[in-house]
Design a protein around this ligand. Structure first.
Ligand SMILES: Cc1ncc(COP(=O)(O)O)c(C=O)c1O
Length: 429
């Protein structure tokens, strides 16, 4: 459904909640200003309603989680049925059948599909934790503790994932507590020479990379970037960790983004759309690598209370069942190409390039010299909200407007969104 134009944003109920949140939640967690946020009440497909009953069109899939549409019926009933039956297990001590089924399914959709060989999984609750499982695995498997990562990459805010990540905004306030195992080089082919040099001269166990920059601004690298990283890792016995927490599960028009370049990682990390709404993530690796973890002697050396949560596993299984239908990838590809064309037609002095693949797109906002214009993007986003459009800003300067809607987005909704931005950017240019 198309959104409503709402003049009073936030409405009275959202404003009252914001005031309370300001008093009781720590600062710098939720951004609270006079015209932000709205508080969500319910959602269906591409629409979200706030606590004042305003209807919005979600162009973000709520951080790329609700790919199959908000409240996708199969996922809702998977969770409802599971929670009535067993709400919580003892993940690493007395697990559930759902955990076994999920690990098996993840193997069959990744390494078994790519290589015919089994994979093993470490489940966790957030994307950030799955990255930390991958980094620990690399350290155990290679006995080399250095890591190479890339400018613009975001891997989460845990100390390990933050150390590997490369967004100063998130790292700088905590820099003294972070580990210095990371070597950060430019993303894309310009960084390859440095990757080579570091692999030659230092003790590097892993190269970690996003196949397309998500929060870094929807940047698609050159076609030979990922294949070159694969070859370099092979030459130097380093593991290639591909972070598909954003790109995975059809977001880019393939089941996994690495498949655009026929690159098989050693470890792949998934989160967000894996369950479509429950905090569950996975670090999946070739069994030969994952088997570097020693057998447990009774007390696992890597664990977490909610690891393999039955509700999360049930939702992830339902979600993977849907995602394994190849028609989804084709549909995302077709819709993505069309949405990209509509966004490319926004021909104003403030609109720059349209980046991304499939339904993971970004529109660059620029100034008169063609430079990133984060301050204009930060005005356009609340203005879009007043017109019923939910979006976000990505990129190092916050100048890339996100278009990552649920896959259920209609032609009419894509057209509406593109036309709205065209009109808005014409008047604000
Ligand atoms: C590529 C990528 N990796 C890791 C993360 C961290 O995931 P989480 O926020 O679930 O910890 C994100 C989150 O946006 C992401 O986009």
């Amino acid at each position: 459904m198309l959104p409503e134009i709402i003049t009073k944003i936030p409405g009275p109920n959202s404003r009252a909640l914001a005031e309370n949140l300001r008093q009781y939640e720590s600062r710098n967690i939720t951004y609270v200003s006079n015209d932000f946020p709205i508080f969500w009440d319910r959602a269906k497909d591409t629409n979200v309603w706030d606590v004042d009953n305003n209807r919005f069109l979600d162009l973000t899939s709520a951080f790329a989680v609700s790919s199959l549409g908000h409240s996708c019926p199969e996922l809702v009933s998977a969770f409802a049925e599971q929670s009535e039956h067993l709400m919580h297990g003892m993940g690493d001590v007395h697990p559930t059948m759902q955990k076994v089924q999920l690990c098996k399914k993840l193997s069959s959709l990744t390494f078994e599909r790519w290589t015919g060989k089994k994979a093993k999984t470490i489940l966790s609750s957030s994307g950030s934790e799955s990255i930390e499982s991958a980094l620990k695995t690399a350290s155990i498997a290679t006995e080399k503790h250095g890591v190479i990562s890339f400018e613009g990459c975001y891997h989460g805010t845990g100390f390990g994932s933050l150390s590997a990540g490369a967004m100063p905004r998130f790292k700088d306030p905590f820099i003294k507590q972070l580990s210095d195992f990371g070597n950060i080089v430019p993303y894309g082919n310009t960084g390859l020479e440095q990757v080579k040099k570091i692999l030659l001269n230092e003790c590097i166990g892993a190269v970690i990379v996003e196949p397309i920059l998500g929060r870094g601004g929807k940047v698609v690298p050159e076609n030979d970037f990922l294949p070159s990283l694969r070859s370099l890792c092979d030459e130097h016995n380093a593991l290639l960790i591909i972070d598909e927490i954003y790109t995975g599960l059809n977001r880019t028009g393939k089941l996994f983004a690495c498949e655009h370049w026929d690159v098989v990682p050693d470890i792949i990390c998934l989160g967000k759309a894996l369950s479509g709404g429950f905090p569950i993530s996975a670090c999946i690796g070739k069994a030969s690598i994952m088997d570097a973890w020693p057998e447990s002697d009774g007390e696992a050396i890597h664990t977490s209370t909610f690891l393999g949560h039955p509700g999360g596993c049930a939702m992830a299984l339902a979600s993977l069942n849907k995602h394994s239908n190849p028609e989804i990838a084709t549909d995302v590809s077709i819709k993505g190409t069309h949405f990209k064309e509509l966004l490319e037609n926004i021909d104003t002095p403030s609109s720059g390039s349209v980046r991304g693949m499939g339904l993971m797109l970004g529109l660059e906002i620029i100034d008169h010299d063609g430079k990133p214009n984060g301050s204009l993007a930060s005005k356009v986003i609340p203005s879009a909200l007043r017109s019923g459009l939910i979006t976000l800003a990505d990129g190092p300067s916050g100048h890339v407007i996100v278009f990552a809607p649920p896959f259920t987005i209609s032609e009419e909704e894509m057209f509406f969104a593109a036309e709205w931005f065209k009109t808005e950017l014409k008047t604000s240019s």
